[in-house]
Write a protein that binds this ligand. Structure first.
Ligand code: MG
Length: 372
C-alpha cells in the first residue's frame, strides 16, 4: 500500500473571524497539529491545499518551525471539493491509496488514521464517523419540523476518510461538489465502510473550539549541597559570612540552582545537570548567577520569560533573613523581572535530619514563566 494524505486547508474560516488553521492550540497551529498526527500515523507524503497566495505564510509559521518542510503545499480552490481535486492532482503516480483529512481536525489520533487506512485497504473506501446522539429533524421553509428522522441509522461523518485512488479520482472526475468525499464516492455506487470515529475529533469551527494556550508555564526546582570547611557560602549570588561553605563543582549556590532548574523545567529544557555537567571543566567554580542567566537565555530562545519566583532556603545556620533582600535583587536581575516579583524565604529544619544537623543547606523554587 502506497498511501498519501491530502489535507483540505483552504476554508474561509468565516465563523472563526481569523485564519483558523493558523490559530494556536496549546502553542501549536491547528494545521501543524493535524499534520503531526498524520506523521505519527506513518504518513510520509502529504499534500495540503491552502488558500491561493497563503503558501508562504503557512510554510513559515506552520511547517518549517516544526520540521514539516517535506509537506507539499498547493493552491486550493473556492470549494472544499475543488481543493481536494487540486491536491489530488499534485500526487505522484505511484500513490495507490489517498487519505483525505480536514486541517481543522487537530484532535484526531494516529490510531484513527491507521484504522481508516486499514479499512480502505480492505474494503476500498472508508470513512471515520460516529452514530448521532442528537435527534435530527428536517425543517420546512416555515421553520417548523417537516420530518423527524430515525436516529438509529444516522451517522455523522468525520475525517480522515481513505479510498483507493481511482475511486476518489472517479468521484471527482466530473467536478462533483460535496461536503465530504465519502459521500461523493458512495454516490458512484461504491460501498464505503464506516469506521468508528472519535468524540474528541471535532472540526474546529468556532473560537470556543480552540483549547486556549494558557500562555504561562510553571517550573519547580530543588537542590541540596553539603556544608564543608574552607569554602565560601554563596546563596542567591550573595556571599554570606559563615564558618563553612557549600561543596560543589561550581560555587554550589543551591538557591540559584533550584531557581535555574525551575526555569528549565517550565520551558521543557530538562535540568541544569544536563546543560552544565559537573564533568565539564568549564563550570568549575562557576558563578551560579551566571549559570542562571544562561538558563534564562535558553528559555527565551524557546519563547518563555520568567515573571515570578518563590523560593525557600532551608538552613539551620546561619541566619539568612538579613541577606534575603539582596538575594532577591540579584535573582530578579538574573531572571529579568522586577525584585518585587521574586520572594526569598529562609527556614530551618527544626533540628531534624541532615539539614537539621547542619550537614548541608537545601533550596526549593517555583518559577512562573510567560510566553514571550
Ligand atoms: Mg546544585
Amino acid at each position: 500500500m502506497r498511501a498519501a494524505a491530502v489535507v483540505a486547508a483552504a476554508g474561509s474560516s468565516t465563523r472563526m473571524g481569523l485564519d483558523k488553521i493558523l490559530a494556536l492550540v496549546d502553542g501549536r497551529p491547528v494545521l501543524t497539529r493535524s499534520l503531526q498526527v498524520l506523521r505519527a500515523a506513518g504518513m510520509e507524503r502529504i499534500v495540503v491545499g491552502v488558500r491561493p497566495g497563503s503558501a508562504e505564510s503557512v510554510r513559515s509559521t506552520a511547517l518549517v518551525p516544526y520540521g514539516l518542510d517535506q509537506v507539499t503545499l498547493t493552491d486550493g480552490g473556492p470549494t472544499r471539493s475543488a481543493t481536494v481535486r487540486s491536491s489530488l492532482a499534485a500526487l505522484p503516480p505511484e500513490i495507490d491509496y489517498v487519505l483525505v483529512h480536514d486541517a481543522a481536525r487537530p484532535f484526531c489520533t494516529p490510531s484513527l488514521v491507521r484504522r481508516v487506512l486499514e479499512a480502505a485497504e480492505r474494503y476500498g473506501a472508508a470513512c471515520a464517523a460516529l452514530p448521532l446522539v442528537d435527534t435530527v429533524h428536517r425543517a420546512a421553509p416555515s421553520g417548523e419540523i417537516a420530518q423527524t428522522l430515525d436516529r438509529t441509522s444516522l451517522w455523522g461523518a468525520q475525517t480522515p476518510q481513505a479510498f483507493r485512488r481511482e475511486l476518489l479520482e472517479a468521484a471527482h472526475a466530473r467536478g462533483a461538489e460535496g461536503t465530504d468525499d465519502a459521500g461523493l464516492v458512495a454516490a458512484l455506487g461504491v460501498a464505503v465502510r464506516l469506521v468508528e470515529g472519535e468524540r474528541t475529533n471535532i472540526k474546529v469551527t468556532y473560537p470556543k473550539d480552540l483549547v486556549p494556550d494558557p500562555g504561562f508555564a510553571v517550573g519547580y526546582g530543588q537542590d541540596v549541597h553539603r556544608l564543608v570547611p574552607g569554602r565560601r557560602l554563596v546563596l542567591g549570588g550573595v556571599t554570606v559570612p559563615h564558618d563553612r561553605g557549600l561543596d560543589g563543582h561550581s560555587d554550589a549556590d543551591v538557591l540559584c540552582h533550584a531557581v535555574a532548574d525551575a526555569v528549565l523545567g517550565a520551558s521543557g529544557l530538562g535540568d541544569i545537570g544536563r546543560h552544565f555537567p559537573p564533568s565539564d571543566p568549564r563550570w568549575a567554580g562557576a558563578d551560579s548567577l551566571d549559570l542562571l542567566r544562561r538558563c534564562v537565555e535558553m528559555a527565551a530562545a524557546c519563547g518563555w520569560r520568567p515573571t515570578q519566583a518563590d523560593c525557600l532556603v532551608t538552613a539551620e545556620r546561619p541566619r539568612l533573613a538579613p541577606f534575603s533582600e539582596e538575594m532577591r535583587a540579584r535573582l530578579a536581575d538574573a531572571l529579568g523581572c522586577a525584585p518585587d516579583r521574586v520572594n526569598v524565604k529562609a527556614g530551618t529544619a527544626e533540628g531534624l535530619g541532615a539539614l537539621g544537623r547542619q550537614e548541608g543547606i537545601g533550596a526549593t523554587a517555583v518559577v512562573l514563566m510567560m510566553r514571550a
